[in-house]
Design a binder for this molecule. Sequence first.
Ligand SMILES: [Zn+2]
Length: 182
Amino acid sequence: MEPSGSTGATHHSALRYTSHGISFDYTVEMSLMESDLAGFSSATDSEGTVQISYQGADRLEQYGVMWIKPQSMPSNMARTPEAALDFLFEIVGLAGTRITDRSEYNTTTTDGHEVIYQTFGVPESDYTIPGIIGAWHCEETGRFLLQYLIYVEDFENLEVPYQGMEQMWRDHLDGITCHGIE
Ligand SMILES: [Zn+2]
């Protein structure tokens, strides 16, 4: 029997990340890594990334949130969510991860912010891991936020595309608090 009167918690094992003005839930079977964008040193309030991941023999799930102040971006880049995305993919590329198939931008909103997002792929030797990434400017904290998901539902059935990808990304997006945290 489940205890009655619980207050709407859907996971017994929910943990909450709250740091650098960002907050979201994740579950205990996932591992968390936090660093600066290039992965060489610690995250700061000016720039950072937090990655939540699970990789088993069966499936791969990885998502994360990144933040960057406009002044931490190269001076020749525009101060837009699109440019923040380009900058991030540049960093990821320099770290040795190839990104392909960047789609046209779609738009949505979260928590009062306008969000641009696109799909992309991470090619492996004989298949490509699908991903979705969104970017927005948080006026309240003066930072660009980026949020992504890469997901393989079942390594045994790679040729069957997972249909719930965008909804899963959307659910993560809705779970992020990007301002107003004490
Ligand atoms: Zn915000």
